[in-house]
Ligand binder design. Structure first.
Ligand SMILES: Cc1cc2nc3c(=O)[nH]c(=O)nc-3n(C[C@H](O)[C@H](O)[C@H](O)COP(=O)(O)O)c2cc1C
Length: 684
């Protein structure tokens, strides 16, 4: 079948809206961003440009402000709500004065043949804004949620009258959306703790005993009342979507997939919504949703989506780590969903659809790595399109230099590769030297573990960029001072990353190595059936490696000096990844409804431990007031990143133009290294 004939590229009509294809972006909060008062402005148009111009059939804008009151919205300090301006970034439709801005946005989307929709609703318990007082169980779980250990003493509980007003306000937003020329609206009732509508639908949170709660029918009253009123205002033919959880991922404490298929879907059909958009879980207590990190397989929600699709005639919309059009097409073709959202992938590469249509495959597309490094903006694998959104960063200058320079990049990690490509794009003559036999540096080493293998997408893409721009790449080629002198570069970009020096107390021991070396020598840890290698890892930074080696069959002990709350709590490990690691490795009181969220028995974890030394008898450490010794086959020590910039001074003797980039300048997140590298190269 020709790719254009695939179902995903066929138009779909939902009442008055016809989408040119069945691909849409997943709604992201603050897309579009509003000005300080929530109005659509020039920045909003810029903000959506890469999406509407990406050939999707529908741009679904993320949750916006529907109530004139500012309470509960992301970005507010609820204690001082009244005297605050709206946080920049949250668009609004709270009164008719917002309509012209949205009309402008709708016209802009339509000029690309893209329909426009918007999510409506109100924030929920995570913004301390709830339908019911929190039950003690939630307090227990909340202790460990991403917000830290904050109390919820200032929590706002909505009265019946306020909920009546909310339903009216959201319904009025539907009317305004229609008047502004938007093609559909979506009531955001997914994500459990995150949103007030979801809060009402979820039996774990909704323990009211009035018309807004008490049983399934009453829990859905908020949706029924909103949709019925909106219908009066927008007419029969205007599409009203709803986003719900296909499973709250709380087991019997919430709505399960069976509850959704048996009770929720018939109820929604009866209420009169026109499409069902599916998500799952809640950001404060699950990692399988709503933002699945790289630890989960691509398309991980599709089995549940497929079950819902079987029990309803309404169009079903889905998402979950779909990184290629081919994958999206398969799930539409096989009737798991009718419309596929591309969420983070479309941030990773706005060309994803066009690349597929042009080449018939996804080979030239940058794929999302689901790293979730804060907010996806700018995207780790593609900061380019989001570049302008960053304060203090000049717009991209794509001009070619008049006098090309001879540039040498030392180090082929992600910073070095980015710098080399960007410098070559500017027209410089660029060589990149890498000591190891492969490119990718420490990120490449992380990619060697199944849990974090998605990092390889970034490296693959960067490698293609080097080939495309004609960078002369030499691997297995150490940059000695002599060699650099002979090469005589005009500019040197030093991207030699970081090292992890071993503590003196263990550095002379047998089979003692740092984290990155262990990743290089991972194969040596593969255990034979009869003999489980005993691996001791010191440093919680290596939690992923500990899980990986345990999976390979080693008997792993993971120790660290901190408490269980420090596991996974690295600056660049986002909350979903942190939560995942802490679930696997500690007994913290998360909701653990799914098999995959249980604690594992291997690795064994020692918190508050101090590494004291190593000898033939074993690893010596201090734990719970006792000096202990543990036999070992290998000891891996992780932590203490030290800049690998030893060559810097010597290189300055060769040319004054030596610039340190990435971790060899400042240890940080991948995207920080990439941005710094790109800016340094563009400045040449
Ligand atoms: C930065 C960010 C913001 C998001 N904001 C919203 C939102 O406002 N409304 C919503 O329903 N989902 C939101 N989501 C969830 C996405 O719509 C989507 O369901 C999720 O990212 C999974 O899809 P993906 O794997 O294709 O990214 C957000 C996700 C991210 C990463």
């Amino acid at each position: 079948m020709k790719k254009e004939e695939l179902k995903i590229f066929q138009p779909i009509t939902i009442k008055s809206m016809t989408m040119k294809n069945r691909l849409a972006n997943a709604p992201f909060g603050c897309v579009p961003m509003g000005d300080g008062d929530g109005y659509i402005c020039d920045a909003s148009i810029k903000n959506v440009h890469s999406l509407v111009s990406s050939d999707i059939g529908l741009l679904m804008c993320g949750i916006i402000r529907c109530m004139p009151s500012k309470s509960g919205l992301i970005g507010y300090d609820n204690k001082k709500v009244e005297d605050q301006k709206p946080a920049v970034g949250i668009a609004s439709l709270a009164d008719d004065s917002y309509i012209p801005g949205w009309k402008r946005l709708a016209d802009y989307a339509h000029s690309f043949g893209c329909c426009l929709g918007v999510q409506l609703g109100e924030m929920g318990p995570q913004a301390q804004n709830s339908v019911s007082p929190q039950i003690p169980e939630y307090e227990k779980y909340k202790m460990h949620t991403f917000g830290g250990e904050e109390t919820i003493s200032d929590q706002k509980i909505w009265t019946k009258e306020e909920l009546d007003d909310l339903c009216e306000a959201v319904a009025q937003c539907g009317r305004r959306a229609k008047e502004a020329g938007l093609d559909c609206v979506e009531i955001h009732a997914a994500h459990s703790t995150g949103l007030l509508y979801a809060n009402a639908l979820d039996p774990f949170f909704n323990h009211r005993d009035d018309e807004y709660g008490g049983d399934l029918e009453r829990n859905f009253h908020i949706v029924r009342k909103t949709v019925e009123r909106m219908r009066e205002l927008v007419g029969e033919d205007y599409p009203i979507f709803i986003r719900i959880n296909c499973d709250d991922l709380k087991g019997p404490m919430g709505n399960t997939i069976d509850d959704v298929c048996r009770y929720v879907i018939p109820l929604l059909e009866d209420i009169g919504v026109d499409a069902i958009d599916l998500s799952q879980g809640g950001p404060s207590y699950t990692t399988e949703g709503p933002l699945p990190p790289m630890y989960y397989p691509r398309a991980c929600w599709m089995p549940f989506h497929g079950q819902v699709k079987k029990v309803t005639k309404l169009p079903v919309v889905g998402a979950s780590r779909i990184t290629t059009v081919e994958m999206a097409a398969k799930y539409v073709e096989e009737d798991y969903v009718d419309i596929m959202y591309l969420g983070r992938q479309i941030f990773a590469d706005g060309e994803v659809i066009r690349n597929y249509l042009r080449d018939g495959n996804d080979g030239s597309t940058r794929q999302c790595i689901a790293c979730l490094q804060p907010g996806c903006v700018p995207c780790t694998v593609n900061f380019k399109e989001r570049f302008a959104a960053l304060p203090g960063i000049p717009p991209l200058d794509n001009s070619i230099v008049e006098k090309p320079k001879k540039v040498l990049v030392i180090g082929g990690g992600v910073a070095g590769m980015e710098a080399a490509r960007a410098a070559a794009e500017k027209g410089h003559k660029v060589a990149l030297w890498e000591r190891e036999g492969r490119l990718g540096g420490n990120v490449g080493l992380m990619a060697s573990m199944p849990l974090t293998s998605e990092f390889q997408n970034l490296i693959d893409f960067q490698q293609k960029g080097l080939a495309k721009t004609g960078v002369e790449v030499r691997c297995c080629y150490e940059a000695t001072v002599e060699r650099v002198k002979d090469y005589a570069p005009e500019v040197i970009l030093l991207a030699t990353g970081f090292a992890m020096p071993l503590p003196d107390s263990v550095k002379d021991g047998l089979m003692v190595m740092d984290h990155m070396t262990a990743l290089k020598r991972k194969r040596e840890f593969r255990s034979l059936d009869q003999w489980h290698k005993k691996v001791v890892i010191y440093g919680f930074f290596a939690a992923e490696l500990a899980l990986d080696l345990a999976e390979q069959g080693c008997d792993v002990t993971l120790m660290g000096s901190g408490s269980d709350k420090t596991i996974g709590a690295e600056a660049w490990v986002t909350r979903e990844r942190e939560m995942y690691l802490r679930r696997k490795l500690t007994d913290v009181n998360y909701i653990r409804a799914s098999q995959g969220s249980r604690r594992v028995s291997n690795p064994v974890v020692y918190t508050h431990a101090k590494l004291e030394g190593v000898s033939r008898e074993g690893v010596h450490f201090y734990h719970n007031g006792i000096h202990k010794t543990m036999p070992y086959d290998a000891l891996i020590v992780s932590g203490g990143r030290k800049k690998n910039d030893d060559m810097f001074e010597a290189l300055k003797e060769i040319t004054p133009a030596v610039i340190k980039i990435g971790d060899c300048d400042k240890a940080g997140m991948i995207k920080e290294a990439i941005i710094a590298a790109n800016m340094a190269a563009r400045g040449l």
